[in-house]
Design a protein around this ligand. Sequence first.
Ligand code: AMP
Ligand code: ZN
Length: 480
Amino acid sequence: MTELHLFNSLTRQVETFTPVHEGEARVYTCGPTVYNYPHIGNMRAYVFADTLGRVLSYKGYKLTHVINITDVGHLTDDADAGEDKMEKMAAEKAQSIWDIAKHYTQAYWDDIKALNIRQPAHWSIATDYVPQMIAFAQTIAEKHCYELESGLYFDTSTVANYGALARAKTEDGEGRIEEVEGKRHAADFAIWRKTPAGETRQMEWDSPWGKGAPGWHLECSVMSEALLGLPFDIHTGGIDHREIHHPNEIAQNQARCGSDHSGARFWMHNNFLIERSGKMSKSSGEFLRVQLLIDKGFHPLAYRLMCLQAHYRSELEFSWEGLQAALVRLKRMVMGVAVVKSRHAASDDRNTDVAPAISTSLNDFEVALADDLNSAIAITTLETLIGLKKVNVEHQLSAITEMDSVLGLNMMTLTREDLRTRPKSAIITKDEIETALAARKEARAAKDFARSDLIRDELINKGVEVMDGDALEWDWKLDI
Ligand code: AMP
Ligand code: ZN
């Protein structure tokens, strides 16, 4: 098998993956802060982590994947300023934080499912680990932390090369404003945030530093150690985490295990999904969630394909046209697989003498993914495989299944009908469409073309596209 090469943000180089534990791969992914719905940019981070996990499984490693759910501690500014995102939303909605967390965790899990992201071995919930966070903080407090009125702070000058991941120095603080009075360095961050005197927070715990809540960075150090052991293989997150959150996690891990230990061997970051009109902002009215794509008539796997078409380290610009192109591409692949399946049903697999073409496709596929997860090329090899003729269809179908175990596009089960996603704006039922199409067929048989055109125009006005010559006959018109 081809060696797996992955880009390590720590060294800014592509390196050969060798596991910490023989035959295993242990991966930790920073999960969502569940104060609101995730936008499709957030979901790009999980499509990437899922693809990484699938590639590791494909390569034969026993995968243990952890994704955390942040339900405490994440402030409105990553650099330790502002309010707790969860507390703020709970106050705005006049609901309990626990209800807010429950609702948005479920919404996130719905998106995970819609995008065919595999379930990790553990969903670790931050509030389940507060005692362990306090215990962790106690082990590093004396040597690496100092106490202020507002909380316990990590002194970033106490570890070697603080901020190496971000390529930043302690003193420049990455342009942060020193929001907290008394902080020794701009980059120092809260390990424990005390509840201000006279206030009560919905979420607060007793600690040696008084009542309060853990700082956001602490949870990932604690949960990754608890569930994967230190060091583990790969830590992932969006590229914004390379600047503050992950350097802070690394500093905590160094404090706990020694300066040579960052916690994970590889730190990997997906680049951003960019959307220029601002619809991805959670504060915008109609913000870009997976459900919005579905409401507009897009099957969610078209978005997964859109993500996979770009390299995870490249920016990806979102546009409805781009998403539509991905949907059309997905339809073509699904129709291609249907053709292969029908050949299989007809036992049309006499010709086996071009089987090397299947092996070549599989090999190209593996080489592409081993090259720092080049999913864009991997998709083209799947398309080549689907398009192969005069090969043993049994082998062809099993090779498609194999490739799809990595790409997660549900190639073997998805049908053209499944991709006909009913938009929310639809004002006509399926039965009415079928009745209109039957009437149109009759009109055409009677050579009454005026009537047949009229029926077609009426359907178009109701958001239905009539597709003459297509076995599927009609499709919802995309609402873009
Ligand atoms: P959050 O819920 O804000 O902690 O973000 C969840 C994940 O989404 C993190 O890994 C972020 O780095 C990532 N992320 C945030 N915005 C984007 C974006 N526009 N494109 C890709 N990933 C993003
Ligand atoms: Zn994290």
